[in-house]
Design a protein around this ligand. Structure first.
Ligand SMILES: *Cc1c(COP(=O)(O)O)cnc(C)c1O
Length: 368
């Protein structure tokens, strides 16, 4: 069986460095908010091209803390509306709700999986304060367009960069530097994955950086002196140490993903399969390689029978989730169509050449 993602294999090349890090970590005996967190924050900010990076416990908290931070700064208040992607991982929307704001779901585009920009004008109201796209599957949303829209309506821009580490625009700007603030997840399966939970916020907004840095640690402005009722959402010291090792190799790993995507796009040819669109840029770092197929479930069963594991990202759209019934009944036909047609093929940088050829052949032989 070709696994969808073999995390052990992904982390194997770093084994020696990771073990050395752990040894010195044990030797030092400093476990929370130490030099490794400080160094990772500095290095990841430099990598993204932002002035500030604040580590958090996970990606969901990174998104939520950005919004909580803006509330503390008086830029947002309870009940304000946030334009957010309907076609996203549920964490994006939970983050908005946890911050006491109202998610307004924007329809998706069939070809890019990201925002249908035409729907933005339909969804904006006098209460809209934030626009919050997700760079889904590792493809950057057109931020020139989003930022122009935000400027016209005086909105804050927040991006969910959990799947797009290292993606770079044609003009050389990195994912995480294209909005007022960005949330990142380093969940183990992400392009930059820790060996446990981890996340971060990147921004050029000094006031926001100062607030969230305190907020993630109980709101302490100094030890045991709380300025806000914050949360405990610190980036773990050991995960920060591991992330520093893996960050150095991120561009190489992303290049491998891009090369596999290219092989799929050139090799797969089947009338039942719709391939993702791509124009050769580095603005798509292929966190996932997602095809569409009307007979998606049949395709998935067929690939399984042929020794290829796939995953559906995601089977239930957020607005159809039991947990989000409060959003009410909404008409998002494109988003729903995507959820019924998408299937993610393995695109791990650790895939062998023979495995890639085997996947391409199996898909080309698929009949329904
Ligand atoms: C993974 C992910 C998150 C949440 O990250 P966690 O670290 O699991 O909290 C948020 N948004 C998107 C798009 C993701 O893929």
């Amino acid at each position: 069986m070709i696994p969808f993602l073999d995390l052990k294999k992904i982390n194997a090349p770093y084994e020696k460095e990771l073990k050395n890090k752990f040894d010195s970590f044990l030797e030092k005996g400093w476990y929370i908010l130490g030099n490794e967190v400080t160094a990772f924050q500095k290095e990841y900010a430099a990598y993204c091209g932002t002035q500030f990076c604040i580590g958090t416990a996970n990606g969901l908290d990174a998104l939520r803390l950005i919004l909580e931070g803006y509330k503390i700064l008086g830029k947002l208040q309870e009940g304000d509306e946030v334009l957010v992607a309907s076609n996203t991982y549920i964490a994006t929307i939970i983050g908005v709700k946890q911050a006491g704001l109202k998610p307004i779901l924007v329809e998706a585009n069939l070809d890019t999986f990201n925002f249908d920009y035409n729907d933005l004008e339909q969804k904006i109201t006098s209460k809209t304060r934030v626009i919050m796209p997700t760079h889904l599957y590792g493809r950057l949303t057109d931020m020139d367009r989003v930022n122009a829209f935000a400027k016209a309506y005086n909105l804050l821009t927040v991006t969910d960069c959990a799947q797009s580490h290292g993606a770079i625009t044609a003009s050389g700007m990195r994912s995480g530097s294209l909005a007022d603030a960005s949330g990142h997840s380093f969940y183990p399966t992400k392009n930059l994955g820790a060996l446990g939970d981890a996340g971060a916020i990147t921004t050029n907004d000094k006031a926001l950086a100062e607030v969230v840095e305190k907020y993630r640690n109980y709101g302490f402005k100094e030890r045991y002196v709380a300025q806000y009722t914050g949360v405990n959402s610190r980036l773990d010291e050991l995960q920060a140490a591991f992330l520093r090792i893996k960050l150095r190799d991120l561009d190489t790993q992303n290049s491998k993903r891009i090369a596999i995507a290219k092989q799929y796009l050139e090799g797969i040819n089947n009338e039942h399969i719709i391939l993702p669109q791509w124009s050769e840029g580095k603005d798509y770092v292929w966190h996932l390689f997602v095809v569409r197929c009307e007979q998606r479930d049949v395709l998935q069963e067929y690939l399984k029978a042929n020794g290829i594991a796939t995953i559906i990202h995601y089977p239930v759209p957020p607005h159809k989730q039991e947990a989000l019934q409060v959003l009410g009944s909404m008409s998002l036909p494109v988003c729903e169509q995507l959820h019924s047609e998408v299937l993610s093929l393995p695109i791990s940088p650790s895939l062998a050449k023979t495995e890639i050829t085997q996947i391409i052949k199996a898909i080309n032989d698929f009949k329904c």
